[in-house]
Design a protein around this ligand. Sequence first.
Ligand code: OGA
Ligand code: MN
Length: 178
Amino acid sequence: ISSYQVIPDFISPEEEQFIIAEVDPHFQRLPYEFNHWDDAIVGFRETEVSRWSSNCAPILERLKTRAFSTKKKILIFTHILDLAENGHIKPHVDSIRFSGNTIAGLSLNSAAVMRLVSESDTNQVVDILLPPRSLYIMKDRSRYNYTHEVLANEYSKFGDMPVPKTRRISIICRNEPL
Ligand code: OGA
Ligand code: MN
């Protein structure tokens, strides 16, 4: 699907470690949440970051330049999601009240499989391999007309290839709704 793009190795292993070191302290005393039945995400903790150290700020700038057509409308707070090894994200479409046409996500520490399913034709399924250090850019049709999900470890396959998912941290930038 042309409105969804994956850029492998968008950051180096060193940059990955910088970001993990910076977000990890936010999670230190937070338990993973497993039991909110109405949550789209199972086995997660999350935080938001608006100010980055000098190690990380240039990486975030590079991400925003690559993913967004204009810097002016990017939300100040970057969403940081820590998905436990036994966590997963159920199919959902991000609320159109809280974010605009572009969602950019950097995957850290573990590979995962993201699945897109067309809302108008659920036979239309696209699996996407997200290696660690890759950036995905989901905009327009893939953002509005498809649900997205991150498969649980037991279903985490790309074609026939198992994709073991361990703890995965994602750095997600969104823009303002229209
Ligand atoms: C979300 C989401 C995907 C990811 O938080 O809404 O879909 O890459 N996250 O973690
Ligand atoms: Mn989402």
